[in-house]
Design a protein around this ligand. Structure first.
Ligand SMILES: O=C(O)CCC(=O)C(=O)O
Ligand SMILES: [Fe+2]
Length: 362
């Protein structure tokens, strides 16, 4: 199969549950994992009515009164959950032109004095007042639980596609519940000739990301192996699934994490909305020390494919640091205002000159 790509493959989830069609699904998944790092998933098990209900809440969330958005601001949360104003986030030092609300699967913080600081990253979400947005909390809590289940099913199919036992990744997750993260994002059209960086080129950090494109706007682009940006337009009834750096690392680079970005909508357009879900791994695991033995036939696919080009950072921190600390460092770099308040030592390490202000609106 091709080792470069000019479009994103579409996989039919329903093929995976029929023994006659499952080999075809696994072959297509293997190609997507080893050559693209991205795929669309159609005929998935999340009911369309549930997705429509979620999508309908998104603009309403951003229309909440300013006082409520202020109450929900991420700066109040050591778990980096809550509302970030437009222009309050950085990707590799550059300001992203988006506004967002981060939430997670429901977990209490396990951190106790004396524990590593990164355990504080997991904890409860901040939810809007029920009377201001009735049903929002229940709908999004149920949605993220459904995506967590789907992400585990997809990961077991990843294992099978790479000729590993279906539970090959099970030990990367907490047995008593893992905290996965999601967010709702608004990308407005630029008001003038300002930046069109919706979000700058980056890799996702964890295992799998499941993205719901929640409006018909284009903007998401994925970098192919010769460095070109390939459009990943919204396709109704699908999720966009992509591989994070942790999964790339534990598969010895067989499954590839692919750089991607979002361009703001055209001037004069309505905003683009999206809802990404990020599958996280157990916080204490040093990913680089848990690399899996890969079957020789699968390693040959990687050799035949050759080096993957990407103009973005790598996650070499995974080789030495617990994944929870890698995730926390990522959050500190993206949300310095939250870091300054809740993680002063890390803040001082990464921002020795104080809070970056240029272009940022905390
Ligand atoms: O909004 C999107 O379509 C993608 C967002 C994204 O890549 C991210 O937040 O990691
Ligand atoms: Fe991403």
């Amino acid at each position: 199969m091709a080792t470069n790509f000019s479009s994103i493959p579409i996989l039919d989830f329903s093929l995976s549950s029929n023994p006659e069609t499952k080999p075809l699904f696994l072959a297509e998944l293997r190609n997507a994992l080893t050559n693209v790092g991205f795929y669309y998933l159609k005929n998935h098990p999340i009911p369309q009515a549930e997705i429509d209900a979620i999508i309908a809440y998104v603009p309403r969330f951003f229309d909440l009164p300013d006082a409520e958005k202020e109450r929900l601001r991420m700066v109040h949360s050591p778990h980096f959950f809550g509302y970030s104003r437009f222009g309050a986030e950085l990707t590799k030092g550059k300001v992203d032109q988006r506004e967002q609300y981060d939430f997670g699967t429901s977990l209490q913080s396990k951190w106790q004095p004396g524990d590593p600081e990164y355990l504080k990253l997991w904890g409860p979400s901040q939810w809007p007042e029920e009377h201001l947005l009735p049903g929002f909390r229940a709908a999004f809590a149920s949605y993220i639980d459904g995506l967590q289940k789907l992400s585990y099913r997809l990961l077991s199919l990843v294992a099978e596609a790479l000729e590993l036992p279906p539970d090959a990744f099970a030990h990367f997750f907490e047995q008593d519940g893992n905290e996965d993260r999601a967010k709702i994002v608004k990308y407005p059209a630029p008001a003038d000739d300002s930046s069109d960086q919706g979000v700058g080129p980056h890799f996702d950090g964890g295992f799998l990301t499941l993205l719901l494109q929640a409006s018909p706007h284009r903007g998401l682009q994925v970098q192919n192996r010769s460095g070109q940006w390939i459009d990943a337009p919204p396709t109704p009834g699908t999720f966009v699934v992509n591989i994070g750096k942790a999964l790339e690392t534990v598969t010895q680079g067989v499954a590839i994490a692919t750089s991607h970005r979002v361009l703001s909508p055209e001037k004069g357009s309505t905003p683009r909305y999206s809802i990404p879900f990020f599958q996280m791994v157990s916080q204490g695991t040093v990913i680089g020390r848990q690399v899996l033995d890969m079957p020789p036939g699968i390693l040959k696919i990687k050799e035949a494919r050759g080096q993957v080009i990407a103009d973005s950072i790598n996650y070499s921190e995974y080789n030495e640091l617990p994944s929870g600390l890698v995730a926390l460092i990522g959050r500190v770099k993206s949300h310095p205002d939250v870091a300054e308040r809740h993680y002063p030592e890390l803040f001082n390490k990464f921002f020795p000159d104080g809070l970056p202000t240029h272009g940022l609106a905390y």
